[in-house]
Design a protein. Structure first.
Length: 160
């Protein structure tokens, strides 16, 4: 009976510390709901609609699809990143669209090689926006008839 009371007191104290720590973290502004969650990119349809309103019309190239790339880790554990990539390009440029279709495999290779050449820690420290900018630059270096405007990730998830 005495042991049960001691365990209940310890359990209550641990629970109180957890609740108090949570309250203090939210009250101090150092924590927020879903602070570690990724902000999703807008859908291709949303970007196209928004561009029409701004008179800078773009189309979306979504044929890259889902990719899974192996990523280096510091402790040689298995890790991969799953992503679904698409990008915007000037609307109505059918010749450039044909080039994108023809170079789809090489664009996929660029993306996969980019992720394979970095560790998970490096990718997380670079940040999603810098990764997108570097991918856009590398992809645009291979294109002749035009340039992609912006890279988007529908999905960006580390596995393992």
């Amino acid at each position: 009976m005495k042991l049960e009371k001691i365990l209940l007191i310890i359990l209550g104290a641990v629970g109180a510390v957890i609740v108090l720590g949570t309250v203090i973290a939210f009250a101090s502004g150092k924590a927020s709901l879903a602070s570690g969650m990724r902000h999703t990119d807008p859908s291709p349809e949303q970007i196209i609609q928004k561009s029409r309103k701004k008179k800078l019309e773009v189309d979306a190239f979504t044929k890259i699809g889902e990719l899974r790339a192996g990523v280096k880790t510091e402790d040689d554990a298995f890790c991969s990143v799953s992503l679904r990539v698409w990008f915007s390009y000037p609307a109505g440029d059918t010749v450039f669209y044909e080039e994108l279709c023809q170079k789809e495999r090489s664009i996929r290779s660029i993306i996969l090689e980019y992720f394979a050449s970095h560790t998970k820690k490096e990718l997380l420290s670079l940040g999603e926006q810098q990764i997108k900018d570097e991918l856009r630059t590398q992809i645009n270096e291979t294109l002749i008839l035009g340039k992609i405007i912006k890279v988007y990730f529908d999905e960006y998830l580390f596995l393992g």
